[in-house]
Design a protein around this ligand. Structure first.
Ligand code: HPA
Length: 276
């Protein structure tokens, strides 16, 4: 993707906002879209209006950028994200992240729904993503490096920011929200994994599995944005319980713990804003 495409999207958004761009971005994953209703003093920009932005196709995923205040903290939120399984390529999936980088975003909070692999997890738990394993086989940074964003061979040692993760843990504890910390395995989807794949992923060190977040995390880190990831464990992964998986269960669990998830994100954004 040429630099000019990112710049055109940036200029369009800046013109629509006409003021300061928030320093914190939040990507609202499956089931968290309702959080959009709690953002006030907002400007809502449908993706289709932003030059070069891809469009969201999955049911339950809206497609809009929301700039406003959540719990008094200025944020820029993506209501609806792009997945590889929808047919987008990695450049499209991560286009908004680079736009955020150019807009001056400093922190990004990536949320998602994930299957629990770790036997100690239960549906309804949360997991701070402390690291990931990219099982897609491809990096979203493949292709000509855009030096404006970051180096050709970026370090991924501290991809998920330690300080942000610690804050999330402390806030969850203070709110009595059960939260784990673990490794997120990224697979392309859209099919759920086989029981054998889940066994293999566990042996390889994964605690949860999902179909999003990792491309965005890598691209955000490449461009110097601090990354935090929070998974909602919506189901136990394939083969752990004696029942098949389905998207309904994922949605139902996400809905059950939605208030907790919202509380956590709200506390986090105001914490980040006032820490400055
Ligand atoms: N596997 C992959 N992605 C998911 C799952 C799962 O079990 N649950 C929610 N997203």
């Amino acid at each position: 993707m040429e630099m000019s495409k990112y710049s055109e999207a940036v200029e369009y958004i800046q013109a629509r906002i006409g003021g300061d761009i928030p320093k914190t971005a939040v990507i609202l994953g499956s089931g968290l879209g309702v959080m959009a209703d709690e953002i006030v003093e907002k400007v809502v920009i449908p993706y289709r209006e932003i030059p070069h932005f891809p469009l969201s196709t999955v049911a339950g995923h809206a497609g809009e950028l929301i700039i406003g205040k959540l719990n008094f903290a200025p944020i820029i939120a993506m209501n609806g994200r792009f997945h590889y399984y929808e047919g987008y390529d990695f450049e499209q999936i991560t286009f908004p992240i680079r736009v955020f980088a150019l807009l001056g975003v400093e922190n990004i909070i990536l949320t998602n729904a994930a299957g629990g692999i770790n036997f100690d997890y239960a549906p309804g738990d949360f997991m701070i993503i402390r690291d990931h394993i990219n099982f897609s086989g491809v990096s979203p940074l493949r292709g000509k490096n855009l030096d404006e964003f970051g180096p050709r061979f970026p370090d991924m040692t501290n991809l998920y920011d330690n300080e942000l993760s610690t804050r999330i843990r402390d806030l969850a504890l203070a709110s009595k929200i059960n939260i784990n910390e673990g490794v997120y395995a990224y697979l392309q989807g859209p099919n759920y994994e086989t029981p054998a794949e889940i066994k293999a992923l566990r042996v390889l060190g994964a605690d949860a599995v999902g179909m999003s977040t990792v491309p965005e995390a890598i691209v955000a880190r490449h461009s110097g944005i601090k990354v935090a990831g929070i998974s909602c464990i919506t189901n136990m992964a394939a083969g752990i319980l004696d029942k098949p998986l389905n998207h309904e269960e994922v949605k139902e669990t996400a809905e059950l713990v939605r208030e907790q998830f919202k509380e956590l994100i709200k506390n986090l954004v105001i914490d980040l804003y006032t820490a400055k």
